[in-house]
Design a protein around this ligand. Sequence first.
Ligand SMILES: [Zn+2]
Length: 155
Amino acid sequence: MLTREEIVAAFDGDDEDLNVPDLDGIDWEELDYFGWVHPSGHLGFVVLQSPNDGQIRGVRLNRSTRKARKPRMEMCSWCHHVHKTNGTAMFTVSVKGSEGRHTLGNVVCKDLDCSLRVRDKIAPGSYMRESLYRPAKVWRMQQSMHRWLGRANQI
Ligand SMILES: [Zn+2]
């Protein structure tokens, strides 16, 4: 569970473009990370506990959606949910210390709602049936996030 103050603090107190969503009604038990998208659609935010020091970190991501002309399957690289067209977005993170010169991209569920997808809380379900046990899916998702954000020195 996080308060608005804790979320802003995770971004070093810089809340200029955060647009922290309404936190009422959020079931924190079901979230492995807290993610949301700026109303402009061009930014995404992720708040998570660092696997390195246990601190709560906020990461700012650039977000771009790619409109597919033809139907195609897309898989989220974090939760492995398979969407049927336009369910994912390209998120890029800048490598800390590079002053924006180096960025790393990743294709992720466009609303940053992987935790709920892993728990089958959002319809339609994944187009690829997986028999993987839920804790294993959560573990895999966290591994992917940590690897990516770790390479960008963000956690
Ligand atoms: Zn996902």
